[in-house]
Design a protein around this ligand. Structure first.
Ligand code: ADP
Ligand code: ADP
Length: 231
């Protein structure tokens, strides 16, 4: 915990942005160092695939092709894994469609919580491809590295648990391009959903800057953020 950063407000926040924009990296830093709770739908889906659950079976082919998993499956999974409201929750990679965004607002309101803030991580497409193609992931914890921008201390070995790092199947060049197209078609409409005049719930950040710079901007934004009331 960093001095002067202790008074974390308990605000729920969603991180959205293209694959590779740095959402998971920042969510991991904020949860490990600043006490936020992270829920990552990509990590939950990969856990389900590994454990061979019915959800994992249903989701696998969509993920391999770089398509979104159907909204009803995702919303059900989030309901089943919703962290309590005691610490601010970071929704990493969810919502990814307007349907999911509406479902999350309804869910949080039904629990008596304020509406979540929405932070859009903006990075240009060429930089996203470079990030995804150089990403190395710990399949057990979801922690990510980059071979150039954020390398582990030892090549292909996780700093935390010493286990091997892998390149995700869907980070191959032929799938990456399609995932970026899917983002533009299905997730970009979230900007209009959240950026409503007067609502003060939307923030766009320049996520092309170095990791530590983005973390600082997020902390400043989150700590100055009042909870968004539902009425
Ligand atoms: P990235 O970190 O590259 O954005 P994720 O790990 O978040 O990727 O997601 C990997 C895959 O899991 C997506 O391509 C999609 O198939 C599925 N997925 C994750 N979150 C969602 C979601 N909210 N809605 C639909 N599909 C999702
Ligand atoms: P997302 O969860 O949005 O798909 P990740 O957090 O997995 O994105 O980051 C994608 C890749 O880019 C990873 O290899 C990560 O180490 C790297 N990365 C994340 N943030 C930055 C940054 N600000 N500058 C350079 N590389 C970054």
């Amino acid at each position: 915990m960093t001095a002067g950063r202790a008074a974390t407000p308990r605000v729920d926040v969603i991180f959205f942005g293209a694959p590779g924009a740095g959402k998971g990296t920042q969510a991991q830093i904020l949860s490990a160092q600043y006490g936020y709770r992270q829920i990552s739908t990509g990590d939950l889906l990969r856990d389900n695939i590994q454990q061979e659950t019915a959800l994992g079976h249903a989701a696998a082919s969509f993920m391999q092709r770089g398509e979104l998993v159907p909204d009803d499956l995702i919303v059900e999974m989030v309901k089943d894994n919703l962290p309590p409201a005691d610490a601010g929750v970071l929704f990493d990679g969810f919502p990814r469609t307007v349907e999911q965004a509406k479902a999350l607002d309804d869910l949080l309101q039904s629990e008596g919580r304020g509406l979540p803030r929405a932070i859009y991580f903006y990075v240009q497409r060429a930089a996203l491809e470079e990030r995804l193609l150089g990403r190395w992931t710990n399949p057990r914890t979801g922690r990510v590295y980059h071979e150039r921008f954020n390398p582990p201390k030892r090549d292909r070995v996780d700093d935390d648990d010493g286990g091997p790092l892998i390149q995700r199947e869907d980070d191959r060049p032929e799938i990456v391009g399609h995932r970026l197209d899917v983002f533009e078609r299905q997730t970009i409409p979230l900007i209009k959903y959240y950026d409503v005049a007067g609502s003060q719930r939307y923030l766009k950040i320049d996520a092309a800057r170095p990791i530590a710079t983005v973390t600082r901007e997020l902390l400043d934004a989150l700590e100055s953020a009042p909870a968004v009331r539902t009425s």
